[in-house]
Design a binder for this molecule. Structure first.
Ligand SMILES: Cc1ncc(COP(=O)(O)O)c(C=O)c1O
Length: 489
C-alpha cells in the first residue's frame, strides 16, 4: 500500500475558506439567520441547534407528549437519535428496516402504531424511506424525518424532510455539511414551530474556548482526511480520535457556535454543485459493481433520487465484511463501519430483539468511499479493490482471520446508573411529573442496576446530558425551568 495515496473512508469538504469564515466570526455573539437555507430546504421554520440530536430533542420537546410516551425509531441509524428520544423524556421503540432501502419498514410502523405517540423516520445514507406508505401507517401521529444524511434526496419529486411535521440536519465533522458541529431543525407545522421556538430560548451561548478549539479541531480533521495525509496521519490517529470521541456531538444545552452556523450556510449553498459530482461518482461505482453476485447495492428505486451521501454495501456475512475491509485497506482504500454499532447501543436503551433484518444489516454493512472529489480512476480503484478483496475471500484463498464479534453489552440501559429513585427522578429531564422514574424509562429496559447515569449540568433545565465539554452556565436571560406538565395545554 502506498501510504501517500490512500483513499479515505469519508470526504470532509471543509477547506481553508471555511476555516477563515469560522475564525472571522470568533468574536461574534450573534447567530446568522438560518433563512438562507430556504433556497435549498424549502420554507419550513428553521431553528439552529448545537447538533442534529439537539435539533431532534427540541422538536420532541415541542411535541409536548406525555412523559414516557413511546416513540418509534428504526434500529438502523445513529444511536444519538434514540438517545435524544430518551433524553426528551420518552421511550424509544425500535422498528425493523428493509434491506433494500435500509429505512424503516412501513409494516413495522403500522404494527407498532397503537402503542406509540410519534415516530422518527430516518432517511439513512441518503436513501429515502417509503414516506407515502409510512404516512399511511402513522395514521395521524406526528412523524419527524431524520434528514441528516439526506439533504436534497427526493421521492416522487418531493424533497425528504417535507413529508412529516418536522425534520432535522446535522453539521457534524463528517456530515454532508461538515461545519465542525451544529444542527438545524426545520418545522413544517406552524403550531409546533412556535413551541420549538420557545424551547430554543433555554439554550446558552457556547464558551469562547470551545469555539476556538472546535475551529482548529475541524480544520485538523479535514487535513488528515486529505488523501496525501490520510495513509499516515489519518489512519494513525483514527483509534485515538474514536477513543476520545474527537469532534463527536453530544446532547447539551449549548447554542450552535456562530462560526459553525456561518460555515454551514456557505457549505449548504455549495452543496448543490457537489451533489452532482457525488451522484455521478456513485452511479459509476454502482455500474462497476453491478455484476458482483450476492451483495446489495444502494440502487435508487423507481421514483426516488438519492443524494448518495454514503455508499453502503451489504455483503454475505460478518466474516466476509471483515475480510473485505482488510483486503481493501491493503489495496489503499479505506472503508467505514458507520452505524454498525446500532444494535449494541440500542440494547443499552432497552432493545430486546425483534428486528432481525436490522441486526443482520449491522453485521454485514460496509460503506465504500464515493466522494465527490474522486477522479474516474479513483472510483475504479475503489471498485477494483472491493471486487478483488471479495473474490479472494470467496475463493477461500485468504486464511480466515476471525474478527471478534462486537461485544454485546450486558447492561440494559447505560444512561441511567444505579441511583436512588429520588435522584433518578430529579435527573430525568428535570420535569415535574407524576410518574415514577421506573415507569417512564424502564418498560423496555428492566433494571437500572448497572447503568451509567449523568446528572444534569449546572444551568440546564434538566435532562440527561453527557458530561463532555464545559458546563453551560445559566445566564440571567435563561428562562426558568418549567415542568412539562405545566407546559401542556
Ligand atoms: C442519520 C443520522 N441521524 C442523526 C445523527 C445525529 O446528528 P449529530 O451527531 O449532529 O447529533 C447522525 C449523526 O451521525 C446521523 O448520521
Amino acid at each position: 500500500m502506498n501510504r501517500l495515496n490512500v483513499i479515505p473512508r469519508f470526504a470532509i469538504p471543509y477547506g481553508f475558506q471555511d476555516f477563515w469564515t469560522c475564525l472571522r466570526t470568533l468574536f461574534d455573539t450573534h447567530l446568522p439567520w438560518p433563512d438562507a437555507f430556504d433556497k435549498i430546504l424549502g420554507g419550513g421554520s428553521k431553528f439552529w441547534a448545537s447538533s442534529g440530536r439537539q435539533a431532534l430533542w427540541l422538536i420532541l420537546k415541542g411535541l409536548q407528549l406525555s412523559l414516557g410516551t413511546r416513540v418509534a425509531v428504526p434500529l438502523c441509524g445513529d444511536t444519538g437519535v434514540a438517545k435524544a428520544i430518551f433524553q426528551a423524556g420518552y421511550t424509544p421503540v425500535f422498528l425493523d428496516v428493509e434491506e433494500e432501502t435500509l429505512t424503516v419498514k412501513p409494516h413495522a410502523l403500522a404494527a407498532a402504531r397503537r402503542e406509540i405517540g410519534a415516530a422518527v423516520v430516518v432517511h439513512l445514507f441518503g436513501h429515502v424511506a417509503r414516506m407515502d406508505q409510512l404516512s399511511d401507517a402513522a395514521a395521524g401521529i406526528p412523524v419527524i424525518e431524520d434528514t441528516v444524511e439526506a439533504p436534497l434526496s427526493f421521492l416522487d419529486g418531493r424533497m425528504a424532510g417535507t413529508f412529516g411535521v418536522a425534520s432535522f440536519y446535522s453539521f457534524a465533522s463528517s456530515k454532508c455539511w461538515p461545519a465542525g458541529g451544529g444542527g438545524l431543525a426545520v418545522v413544517n407545522d406552524p403550531d409546533l414551530a412556535a413551541r420549538v421556538s420557545e424551547e430554543t430560548r433555554s439554550l446558552v451561548a457556547p464558551a469562547w474556548s470551545r469555539r476556538l478549539s472546535n475551529a482548529f479541531g475541524q480544520m485538523a480533521k479535514a487535513v488528515t482526511f486529505r488523501p496525501v495525509f490520510y495513509g499516515t496521519l489519518g489512519i494513525a490517529t483514527r483509534g485515538w480520535a474514536e477513543r476520545h470521541s474527537f469532534l463527536e456531538p453530544v446532547l447539551d444545552l449549548n447554542q450552535i457556535q456562530p462560526g459553525q452556523a456561518a460555515v454551514a450556510l456557505c457549505q449548504g449553498l455549495r452543496f448543490v454543485g457537489r451533489l452532482e459530482r457525488l451522484r455521478a461518482n456513485s452511479l459509476y461505482l454502482l455500474s462497476l459493481l453491478s455484476q458482483v453476485e450476492d451483495i446489495i447495492l444502494p440502487n435508487e428505486r423507481p421514483g426516488a433520487r438519492y443524494n448518495f451521501h454514503l455508499f453502503p454495501v451489504l455483503v454475505r456475512s460478518f466474516e466476509e465484511r471483515a475480510a473485505v475491509a482488510r483486503g481493501m485497506l491493503r489495496r489503499g482504500v479505506d472503508t467505514s463501519l458507520i452505524h454498525c454499532d446500532a444494535v449494541q447501543k440500542a440494547r443499552e436503551l432497552g432493545y430486546r430483539g425483534g428486528c432481525p433484518i436490522a441486526e443482520s444489516v449491522a453485521s454485514r454493512l460496509l460503506t465504500l468511499p464515493n466522494h465527490a472529489d474522486l477522479s474516474t480512476s479513483q472510483v475504479e480503484r475503489v471498485a477494483g479493490a472491493f471486487i478483488e478483496a471479495l473474490n479472494v475471500f470467496r475463493s477461500g484463498k485468504v486464511q480466515r482471520q476471525w474478527a471478534p464479534l462486537p461485544p454485546v453489552s450486558q447492561s440494559r440501559t447505560s444512561i441511567v446508573k444505579s441511583r436512588s429513585d429520588s435522584e433518578v427522578r430529579r435527573a430525568l429531564t428535570g420535569l415535574r411529573h407524576e410518574h415514577p422514574a421506573e415507569e417512564l424509562y424502564m418498560p423496555l429496559c428492566g433494571t437500572t442496576g448497572d447503568e451509567s447515569y449523568s446528572p444534569p449540568r449546572e444551568g440546564c433545565r434538566g435532562g440527561l446530558f453527557e458530561p463532555a465539554g464545559p458546563t453551560p452556565k445559566a445566564t440571567p436571560s435563561t428562562p426558568p425551568q418549567r415542568g412539562f406538565s405545566q407546559e401542556r395545554k
